[in-house]
Write a protein that binds this ligand. Structure first.
Ligand code: SF4
Length: 360
């Protein structure tokens, strides 16, 4: 049952943000329901500028999706396949290290690794994967695995989430990815990814990671069957966990791409993406960075979100499969120069960063 929020005026919300106040759920709803894009842009930009001045971030990275074979079958997912299904694949560790070497040679400072919940691989495979990648470079940022993968490893290894994370960290893990958060509200989760971990479990994995000094990213999949109240509930839980641990480096809103059993739905339109950026930036006052994932939005629109509060357009990526198997028409990679140019065209200063937002 969505929460009921009292109405607020956009001017009052804007003044509260300017004065450094923390938004209530009702005030966030005012932003989500507004059609005043000039005011939303002003609010989002002011919140971005207060944290980062004229800087906007990008990175040189490489995605490696080790396998799409998955024991689950989330309704929105066009990436996951059964073992013998057409299009199912798995990479060897040698193939992964070859891709990572290629990326390092091209100046990448981060490898981003996620995949399906493989039915046959043991936990030791993932530890070996990390060790082999870590051997390539002690300074490479290895951002890997979503919360559901961590829970899967815990089940495979018959040990606690904390012990799994400790072993992954020892093997070379730098930080956790933010995938799988979707929308925390149980009634929405039931409709888009029944059988996946609950919102509470996703938050518990990230809490455990932060407790072990493993930072992470948070995501929200928006623009499908959720209401604005569901989004606010999701953001509230993220803001509370961030108050508790401070372990999230960034928030990444992911635009829903109609696919698989949800291919009959519409994804969010451009205005909705811009508005969502501003509302999330304003509400998540304890998150340092709001990412705009060009794979999800397309590079032009990702550039325009910089005027609504985003401050990071992610990386060069290369080899992205999860959105592209759902039919994304963005390219699979960008050059560092095209990311820089996008930031400059938005009137901001491009800052090349590593996985931990250190300027390079
Ligand atoms: S979203 Fe992840 S867990 Fe769900 S089916 Fe796809 S790969 Fe598997």
């Amino acid at each position: 049952m969505p929460a009921l929020f009292p109405a607020h005026s956009l001017t009052a919300v804007s003044e509260k943000i300017r004065a450094g106040g923390r938004l209530t759920g009702g005030e966030a709803l005012t932003l989500f329901e507004s059609e005043d894009f000039d005011a939303l842009s002003e609010i989002g930009s002011a919140a971005r500028a207060a944290r980062h001045g004229r800087s906007a971030f990008y990175t040189v990275n490489r995605h490696i999706n080790y396998s799409n074979i998955c024991v689950l079958d989330c309704d929105f997912c066009a990436f996951g396949k059964r073992k013998r299904e057409e299009g199912a694949y798995e990479l060897t560790i040698d193939e992964m290290t070859a891709r990572a070497k290629e990326a390092l040679a091209m100046g990448a400072t981060e490898i981003h690794i996620v995949g399906g919940l493989h039915p046959a691989w043991k936990f030791s495979v993932y530890l070996e994967m990390l060790r082999s990648l870590r051997e390539l470079s002690p300074s490479l940022g290895i951002k890997a695995f979503t919360a559901i993968e961590i829970l899967h490893f815990s089940w495979l290894a018959k040990t606690s989430v904390e012990r799994v994370l400790e072993q992954l960290k020892e093997a070379g893990l730098s930080c956790l990815t933010g995938g799988g958060a979707e929308i925390f509200a149980p009634n929405v989760r039931d409709r888009i990814c029944r059988g996946k971990e609950s919102g509470g479990e996703w938050l518990a994995v990230h809490r455990a990671a932060h407790g072990l000094g493993i930072p992470s990213t948070a995501t929200m999949l928006f623009g499908h069957v959720e209401s604005y109240e569901d989004r606010i509930d999701h953001l509230q839980k993220l803001r509370e966990l961030q108050d508790e641990t401070g372990g999230f480096m960034a928030f990444l809103p992911l635009a829903f791409k109609p696919a698989h059993r949800l291919s009959h739905l519409m994804g969010p339109e451009e205005g909705e993406i811009l508005k969502n950026t501003a509302a999330c930036r304003a509400y998540l006052d304890n998150f340092p960075h709001i990412k705009s994932y060009w794979i999800s939005y397309g590079l032009d629109l990702a550039g325009r979100t910089l005027a609504f509060g985003a401050d990071d357009i992610d990386g060069t990526v290369g080899d992205e499969l999860i959105y592209h198997m759902a039919g994304a028409d963005s390219p699979v990679s960008q050059t560092a120069e095209s990311l820089r140019r996008t930031i400059l065209n938005a009137g901001l200063e491009p800052v090349l960063r590593d996985s931990f937002y250190r300027e390079l």
